[in-house]
Design a protein around this ligand. Structure first.
Ligand code: ADP
Ligand code: MG
Length: 397
């Protein structure tokens, strides 16, 4: 789960990390009051979307030369005007993809003087099963380019959880970032704080880009991006409350409410499968026969008829879906339950695309019978490869 920059900064502030003063704004009318509460003489007006690259992003239907999603204002009035201009419009950045994201929230914060822009991130490194730091002197808006062109300018190391974090980790970051004197001490303290938040809040990712050094030598977190481990959210009601459902894919959101593991993809074949491994294999084999999966969906081992119905509804709500493949291996899950769920869902939402069903395992005969006597136009398949070929043929002709 991701949160907005202003929410991440509030969390950083509550742990004592250095961030600027700022105000979040949901409606244009609030912008002037919000900006007036800040000191100035510079205000930075920032579009809040769950995607980076806002500074270099472009609004849809932008006027010639119009600025992106991060704008500097020289007065309270100007800050309010810029906020009004951005609210409700769609911002496209290299991270949003072509459709972009609608800006529903604005963050207005004190402008900072910047001497240097650095990069700092913490993430869960799956290779070492540890928390890793990533840092670079080349922070700011071109970090992707740095990673691609000059990867040697990025330092990464992980922390042994048995001995935990020590001051030397902080000093290692400080020296890699070319910090000197009092800045080293600030860096050691900041690294400790970030590591503490990361662990306490079960984060997956924490990125500060840029971490700046001001002309008078102060470190400050000028941007903040946080991602939390969805499986641990139940332990953090304070973080769960920060969820912004408007930022999420509506299909994925519906799936999460029914405890379905669903991820929307770009292809044309909707898949309903039980078990993550079988779901991956199903996606692979669809590709092998020349089509693309429209989603990953694992209905889980103990799916009920209701859950299967919901899953089916989510798949059919995707306009890209030109055919559906149900591939179930009934172990704990019984084939007849799946069959009943599919029939119930089809009766409820209708079926406008070809449907191939492959059932195997517990109660398979009963399941097949339910489907065969349903009177629905379902293509039966005997095994995975047969099923994949049939659905690809039905969709592609
Ligand atoms: P994004 O990474 O989405 O483009 P950032 O928050 O990193 O958004 O902002 C982009 C750039 O705007 C920063 O690299 C920095 O140069 C500038 N900037 C952002 N916030 C401030 C601020 N409060 N004061 C001065 N400059 C800022
Ligand atoms: Mg940034």
């Amino acid at each position: 789960m991701n949160i907005h920059e202003y929410q991440a900064k509030a969390l950083l502030r509550s742990y004592g990390a250095p961030v600027s003063d700022g105000r979040a704004v949901l409606r244009a009318e609030e912008a002037k009051t919000a900006a007036g509460e800040l000191d100035g003489p510079l205000w930075v007006v920032k579009a809040q979307i769950h995607a980076g690259g806002r500074g270099k992003g472009k609004f849809k239907e932008a006027e010639a030369g119009e600025k992106g999603g991060v704008r500097i204002a020289k007065s309270v009035e100007e800050a309010a005007t810029e906020a009004r201009k951005m609210l409700g419009r769609t911002l496209v950045t290299h991270q949003t993809g072509a459709p972009g994201k609608q800006v529903n929230r604005i963050y207005i914060e004190d402008g900072s003087d910047i001497a240097r822009e650095l990069y700092l991130a913490l993430l869960v490194d799956r290779q070492t099963s540890r928390i890793a730091f990533v840092c670079s002197t080349e922070g700011g808006m071109d970090i992707e380019e740095v990673a691609a062109q000059t990867p040697e300018k990025i330092l990464s190391f992980s922390v042994d959880p048995a001995s935990g974090l020590s001051d030397f980790h902080g000093r290692r970051v400080a020296f890699a970032l070319g910090l000197e004197g009092g800045q080293v001490k600030q860096c050691v303290a900041l690294i400790k704080t970030l590591y503490k938040i990361f662990v306490e809040k079960d984060m997956e990712m924490l990125e500060i880009n840029p971490l700046i050094v001001t002309p008078d030598g102060q470190l400050k977190c000028l941007d903040a991006k946080m991602g939390f481990d969805g499986n641990a959210i139940y332990r953090h009601p304070d973080i769960a409350a920060l969820r912004d459902e408007t930022e999420e894919d509506p299909k994925e959101l519906a799936a999460s409410k029914f405890d379905l593991n669903y991820i929307a993809l770009d292809g044309e074949i909707g898949c309903m499968v039980n078990g993550a491994g079988l779901a991956m294999a199903t996606m692979d084999i669809i590709k092998l026969y020349g089509a693309e999966p429209a989603n990953f969906l694992d209905v889980g081992g103990g799916a009920t008829k209701e859950k299967v119905t919901e899953a089916f509804k989510i798949i059919t709500s995707d306009p890209n879906v030109k055919g559906i493949l149900v591939n179930i291996f009934g172990g704990i899950m019984r084939c007849d339950i799946i069959a009943e769920g599919v029939i119930a869902a089809v009766k409820e939402v209708g079926l406008k695309v070809p449907l191939v069903v492959r059932l195997e395992g517990t109660n398979v005969e009963k399941g097949k019978e339910i489907i065969n006597t349903s009177g629905l136009d379902v293509i039966a398949a005997d095994n995975l490869s047969d099923a994949a070929q049939k659905i690809v043929k039905a969709v592609k002709g």
